[in-house]
Design a binder for this molecule. Structure first.
Ligand code: HEC
Ligand code: HEC
Ligand code: HEC
Ligand code: HEC
Length: 421
């Protein structure tokens, strides 16, 4: 406690010194103060007035703009990220060959690369050859989705992807998180997030909700292909599973075992919720978009990337006395979680192969098949939740560990049944 008070004292002093010694590109708001306006009362500009091109803000916010454009350099492998949760170009299938079997039957078994910077969002979705259900895939790739939605309404989600992308020029831009108000407020623009936030009465702090627009688990509406969030029962791993179970949902059926499976997608928000850092009200933006000083000017970095590239700015206000060893602490967590991921995936591969073979050899009763599919679904869902969460466990070590332990025991139970045949 004493140490924390001391740190707070030091920080206040530092903040005062900073305020005196450097000019700001923008006045700094209180960190994480919720915005005054009610989400539902925010006015959406008419399509012709939407300021989508980030270059339109360059003159007013030159430093923010330049930092934002740096998301295009994320593939640079000289960068100091961890190599596990960072942004080096990485082919997951080459690195984790087990996923060829775990994801058999869907595109991820054939093509799956690590995410790149926001600059590439539109380009990458255009180039990936995995089949796309419709234009709703653009919801998290372009600031122009709200404009398209104003034009086409609910039809948009199921419109042809390739045709619709021809109408789009920009990827993620200032508009995505600010509409026409950079420097004044965070406004969320992804249609699905706004609907769910209204419906579930969620209003996360600005530095979290800007990211929760996209860095969440989602699924597509079977009827009209729109993006939906499985949050009806809550955002914990088991609550999301329960929600999917209740609606009998599956993304695909595994060709060897007949198991209806859930394919999880980048659940950073859900993983981070309830973590140690979240309990201290540290937001995604606090770590990934720190305040930085350049040529005596302070601004909020918009180079959204691995915080290990900016440990002083991202973490220094609390970890200043161990800043040099902090990246190692992060990597130690990631290495531990990665090893657990690999171990569980080995078990799942064995489960899938043995289960598939037992079905083929007609060794199982109907009841055993139902039971084994249930165990397979539960185990793979938990493994996937941690595997596709992009921090490799750092965002919430406790939650990641618990999920992998549960995955392990479900997989073991299934392996024991198969062993006993
Ligand atoms: C306490 C600081 C902290 C907070 C808060 C935080 N992150 Fe992270 N995040 C990290 C670290 C550290 C990594 C691992 C970086 C590495 O391995 O190089 C990471 C990794 C990531 C990655 C993988 C990509 C990359 O370049 O490393 C994504 C995506 C991400 N975080 C998004 C989010 C989102 C969304 C939130 C909020 C829900 C969030 N983060 C909250 C520190 C944080
Ligand atoms: C991915 C979401 C996102 C995008 C894209 C984005 N911003 Fe921001 N911006 C934020 C967040 C989050 C904050 C901090 C808000 C807070 O914590 O209250 C912020 C803060 C700001 C601020 C206030 C800075 C300060 O010192 O407090 C300015 C100015 C700004 N953004 C301009 C821009 C401009 C210009 C662009 C496009 C070139 C842009 N933003 C793109 C999320 C975004
Ligand atoms: C409009 C949707 C959207 C919003 C809003 C958004 N992201 Fe992203 N983010 C993406 C997509 C899509 C990618 C992957 C881009 C690619 O691979 O081409 C990505 C990639 C990233 C990466 C790089 C991943 C890597 O491994 O290098 C980080 C870090 C990240 N986002 C963090 C954040 C944070 C923090 C916020 C909030 C301040 C945020 N994002 C807001 C869609 C979004
Ligand atoms: C608001 C203060 C605050 C900020 C900002 C913050 N941390 Fe922490 N962090 C803590 C506290 C307090 C703990 C618990 C004590 C400890 O383990 O040092 C902690 C714990 C950790 C741990 C151990 C977690 C575990 O599960 O064992 C790591 C690693 C870590 N932080 C890394 C980071 C990194 C990297 C950043 C910046 C990207 C960061 N922290 C930003 C306060 C903060």
């Amino acid at each position: 406690m004493k140490r924390i008070k001391f740190v707070i004292g030091l920080l206040t002093l530092l903040a005062i010194v900073l305020m005196i010694s450097c000019t700001r590109e923008t006045p700094a708001p209180e960190p994480n103060e919720p915005p005054d306006e009610d989400i539902s009362k925010v006015e959406i500009p008419a399509p012709e007035n939407m300021i989508i091109d980030p270059a339109d803000w360059e003159e007013k916010f030159p430093l923010v703009y330049t930092s934002f454009m740096k998301t295009s350099t994320m593939g640079d492998d000289t960068a100091e990220d961890s190599g596990l949760g960072g942004s080096q170009p990485l082919d997951y299938i080459e690195k984790y060959p087990n996923i060829k079997i775990l994801y058999e039957g869907i595109g991820f078994a054939k093509e799956y690369y690590q995410a790149r910077g926001h600059f590439y969002a539109l380009e990458d979705v255009a180039n990936i050859s995995r089949p796309k259900g419709g234009a709703s895939c653009l919801a998290c790739k372009t600031a122009e989705y709200e404009k398209l939605y104003a034009k086409f309404g609910d039809e948009l989600a199921s419109m042809d992807f390739q045709k619709t992308i021809q109408e789009v020029e920009f990827g993620i831009t200032c508009y995505t998180c600010h509409r026409n108000t950079p420097g004044e407020s965070i406004q969320t623009t992804t249609v699905h997030f706004n609907e769910f936030a209204d419906m579930l009465k969620l209003d996360p702090i600005p530095g979290n909700k800007a990211c929760a627009q996209c860095h969440v688990e989602y699924y597509f509406d079977e009827e009209n292909n729109s993006v939906l969030l499985p949050w009806g029962n809550g955002t914990e791993i088991a609550e999301i599973e329960e929600y999917y179970d209740e609606m009998d949902f599956s993304d695909w059926v595994h060709p060897r075992t007949g198991t209806p499976l859930i394919k999880v997608q980048h659940p950073e928000t859900e993983m981070y919720t309830g973590s140690l850092h979240a309990s201290m009200k540290v937001s995604c933006a606090d770590c990934h978009m720190p305040r930085v000083i350049e040529d005596g000017k302070e601004y909020k970095s918009h180079w959204v990337t691995s915080p290990l590239k900016t440990p002083n700015e991202s973490c220094g206000r609390c970890h200043s006395n161990e800043i040099d060893t902090l990246p190692e602490r992060v990597e130690a967590i990631q290495t531990e979680i990665e090893q657990m991921e690999v171990d569980v995936s080995d078990m799942l591969v064995k489960l899938i192969i043995d289960f598939g073979k037992a079905i083929e050899d007609k060794k199982l009763t109907d009841q055993q098949i139902v039971q084994l599919r249930d165990l397979h679904r539960k185990a793979q869902y938990r493994w996937d939740f941690v595997f596709v969460e992009n921090s490799t466990g750092f965002h919430n070590r406790a939650k990641a560990t618990e999920a992998l332990n549960e995955a392990k025991s479900y997989a073991q139970e299934a392996l024991d049944i198969l062993q006993g045949l």
